[in-house]
Design a protein around this ligand. Structure first.
Ligand code: URA
Length: 453
């Protein structure tokens, strides 16, 4: 493990000058950015000055060089995993978050079964979106809080390991993020880029595939905003010597059919067994194809996709998942018997008010409904109910008849279910005619260079 750079902040600059410089649209040097990040991490530069600088950065933007310098400074504020003892290429995937977005749980074992090492450090649900850690914790016993040495030993044994951010990884991002959260500066694409990339690069990876979501259930509702962020992250990663690609993918309706932690684990087990809904399968194969390509396991993305399909058909991927679950203390029995996952006490069906076609599903609202059921957090300190959520029976483009089920709500509290029933009824738009155009699942790919497909 590489240790963070030690020592107190050299007093070469004054924080107030760096705030003024950014306020007036200037470009900070690498040394100036290092000074700010180190100074705040060590406590020498107070939060109010960093907050002022963050607001100036949000309003003025950062150059590509400043974004890379900020990423690098935050990355080196903590430990960077040294995975050089592993001969496999180290590849990860990061998603900007959505509803029913469960691909990590398929991709880690698929990529590991195909010979890559996947050291995945993931997050919890944020706002209306679900989080990988919450999903994994719905598997009884699964421990996402492994110390780094245990994380590395699982990685060595299984080819993949999945944990949450530790205190040693990018501590400057933790401090900056907490300030952004309360100063209206979360939304800057430059600051988002540095925050995400510093944590991902601390995993010691060679390559990273980004799944940048766009649509009503994504944080970036507009495609141009998603593309801007994706390009920024790809360029930042490449500047730091990583192989990068970003897929802009659809989040205008939930991905797959299951929303909610244990329900989503059940669905990924279907995919790992070669079943599951088409959109989820297609996205998993596409992202896995890119992971194999960037990880130099295949010479094209198309070959990577074929390899992923083969690893699922042969059962190798599900066996890798089983061994990771076992190594991380989870009940491997859930793999053959998903009913061992937490089950909600009650279910209730929401039906269609009329004949017609589903023309839209308010995706963010579906995510919020899951949070209200208890599947996410309304406040930081809330406990998550792993069993609750929704199973969709109809998606955009499907024909429905009056009284036909649209979705089933899995719940443990009558009060919450009553609120959610109305939200789910309102989330479905049913029109006489089918939608004129279906949105594509993959909107575009932002590649590095060369022949990819
Ligand atoms: N996720 C992060 O880790 N950081 C951000 O800034 C936004 C989303």
């Amino acid at each position: 493990m590489d240790k963070p750079a030690a020592g107190s902040t050299p007093h070469t600059f004054r924080a107030v000058d760096l705030i003024r410089k950014k306020r007036d649209g200037g470009e900070l040097s690498r040394a100036e950015i290092d000074y700010l990040v180190r100074g705040n991490t060590s406590g020498d530069i107070p939060d109010y000055q960093v907050s002022a600088w963050l607001m100036a950065a949000l309003l003025r933007g950062l150059s590509r060089a400043e974004t890379a310098a900020l990423t690098d400074a935050m990355l080196h504020s903590g430990v960077v995993l040294d995975l050089s003892a592993l001969s496999a290429r180290k590849v990860d995937k990061h998603s900007t978050g959505g509803v029913g977005d469960k691909t990590s749980l398929v991709l880690a074992p698929v990529a590991a079964a195909g010979g890559l090492a996947v050291p995945m450090i993931s997050g919890r649900g944020l706002g209306h979106t679900g989080g990988t850690l919450d999903k994994l914790e719905s598997i009884p016993g699964f421990n996402v809080n492994l110390p780094v040495d245990r994380f590395l030993s699982v990685l060595q044994k299984c080819g993949c390991a999945m944990i949450g951010q530790t205190a040693e990884i990018a501590p400057a991002d933790r401090k900056f993020y907490a300030l952004r959260d309360v100063t209206g500066t979360v939304e800057s694409p430059y600051l988002i880029c540095a925050s995400i990339m510093s944590k991902k690069l601390a995993e010691g990876i060679d390559a990273l595939v980004l799944d940048v979501k766009t649509g009503s259930g994504a944080f970036m509702k507009k495609e141009e905003d998603a593309v801007f962020l994706a390009e920024l992250m790809v360029e930042t990663g490449e500047r730091m010597g990583k192989k990068m690609a970003a897929l802009i993918t659809d989040m205008d309706q939930p991905l797959g059919l299951h929303v909610g932690n244990a329900l989503e684990v059940e669905e990924i087990l279907d995919v790992l067994r070669g079943e599951g809904p088409d959109d989820l399968r297609q996205l998993c194969f596409e992202l896995a194809g890119w992971m194999f390509y960037l990880g130099e396991r295949t010479s094209t993305v198309a070959e990577g996709k074929q390899l992923a399909e083969k690893l699922i058909r042969s059962g190798a991927a599900v066996e890798t998942f089983r061994s990771m679950v076992e190594q991380q203390g989870g009940d491997p029995g859930v793999i053959d018997d998903p009913k061992r996952l937490p089950q909600a006490k009650h279910t209730m069906v929401v039906t269609s008010p009329r004949d017609g076609y589903v023309t839209a599903i308010a995706c963010e609202q579906v995510g919020t409904a899951c949070v209200i059921l208890g599947g996410g957090r309304e406040r930081k300190e809330d406990a998550v109910d792993p069993a609750v959520g929704q199973v969709l029976h109809k998606k955009v483009g499907d024909r429905v008849t009056k009284s036909e089920p649209l979705c089933t709500i899995h719940y443990n509290s009558e009060d919450r279910a009553a609120r959610v029933t109305q939200l789910m009824e309102e989330s479905y738009r049913i029109d006489e005619a089918p939608p004129r155009q279906q949105r594509p699942l993959i909107h575009r790919v932002i590649p590095t260079t060369g022949e990819k497909n």
